[in-house]
Design a protein around this ligand. Structure first.
Ligand SMILES: [Cu+2]
Length: 343
């Protein structure tokens, strides 16, 4: 080979290496071909909640290390939930829970997601009306017109996506009027772990989903229902962690002095911010939106807009009751309060 040819080859490989490294350092994600969503005109056989990577709040277990493809199913059915003493809310939840179950996978994993709209069943119609619904995963990068389409009662939707970014993400129904579907409890969290795992080993991990409830009850009715006018005026009657007024005061989270805690906090809104704080503690590490690259240290409070998430980590300094609140104290007094008890 001639000297000039060798030089040209060397130059080309050097340039391509430079281009490649710029591409990588820019953090740009290549999504590749994405399959179109499928809609079935029946409720496919299966349970309302399926998938080993899905769990009800506040629980979450690490994503399986040996699997990169996960089948998850959240069906929609109307269901009533106790949100306070003598207050039962007729909601439209995902996967039979308020908030919906948390899905937890790893960066780069593929999720094959199934959702049936079961709002036309007798059981569901005893609580609310059959109507179209959809799901919008903030953890996905897909064509929303295809994947986030509304399906009619009795139909099943199936689509897949790859979780390209680590984080703590919201999912929710996106069927118009979105505000109305959100205030009916149609939201939940997705945790995407970084490819190489988290920086620290922890003793406990819990999920806290904060949301506002806008409720009203007609005289003689059994259940409270959502109040669209109050939601438009941003006047909630409750602001809650994990679906109930002061839920984790009644069901405290349990730890020991010296334990390291990781909380996955998601503020679903629907329209308000959260100033998340643990009384008697400082977050030694905070990862905004749950991404390990967005690291902050020594934080007293983390501010979360509607649909923002964070990982907060801290050590329990000594035995005691560590109350966590939305430090916007009107919200705390409306139920955004819980506790970690450390022996
Ligand atoms: Cu909906």
């Amino acid at each position: 080979m001639k000297k000039s040819k060798v030089y040209r080859k060397w130059l080309i490989s050097l340039v391509s290496l430079a281009v490649l490294s710029v591409g990588c350092s820019s953090g740009q994600i290549k999504t590749g071909p994405i399959k179109a969503a499928e809609v079935f005109d029946n409720v496919l056989p299966g349970e309302i909640l399926e998938g080993e990577v899905a769990q009800k709040v506040p629980l979450t277990k690490p994503a399986p290390k040996d699997k990169n493809v996960h089948h998850v199913r959240f069906d929609i059915t109307n269901k009533a939930f106790k949100v306070d003493e003598d207050v039962y809310f007729a909601a439209w939840p995902f996967g039979g829970d308020l908030p919906g179950p948390t899905m937890r996978v790893k960066e780069g994993d593929k999720i094959i997601f199934t959702m049936a709209n079961r709002t036309e069943t007798e059981q569901s119609m005893a609580i609310g009306m059959p109507m179209p619904h959809s799901i919008d995963f903030h953890s996905a990068m897909v064509n929303p017109e295809d994947k986030y389409r509304s399906i009619a009662p009795g139909e099943t939707l199936r689509f897949e996506y790859v979780a390209h970014y680590p984080g703590v993400f919201m999912y929710h129904c996106g069927t118009p009027m979105v505000l109305e579907h959100l205030i009916n409890g149609m939201y939940g969290a997705v945790i995407v772990e970084p490819k190489n795992g988290y920086e620290d080993k922890v003793d406990h991990e819990w999920v806290l989903v904060q949301s506002e409830l806008y409720l009203k009850k007609e005289k003689g009715e059994k259940y409270y229902v959502s109040d669209v006018e109050a939601a438009k005026a941003k006047k909630p009657n409750y602001v809650v962690f994990n679906g109930q007024f002061n839920r984790h005061i009644q069901e405290p989270l349990k730890a020991k002095a010296g334990d390291r805690i990781r909380l996955f906090v998601l503020n679903t809104g629907v329209s308000d911010t959260s100033s998340f704080h643990v009384i008697g503690n400082i977050f030694d590490k905070v990862y905004l939106d749950g991404n390990h690259k967005n690291k902050l240290v020594g934080m007293q409070t983390v501010l979360l807009g509607a649909s923002s998430g964070a990982i907060v980590e801290f050590v329990i300094p000594e035995p005691g009751n560590y109350v966590f609140v939305d430090h916007e104290f009107a919200d705390a007094s409306m139920g955004a309060m819980g506790m970690i008890i450390a022996e």
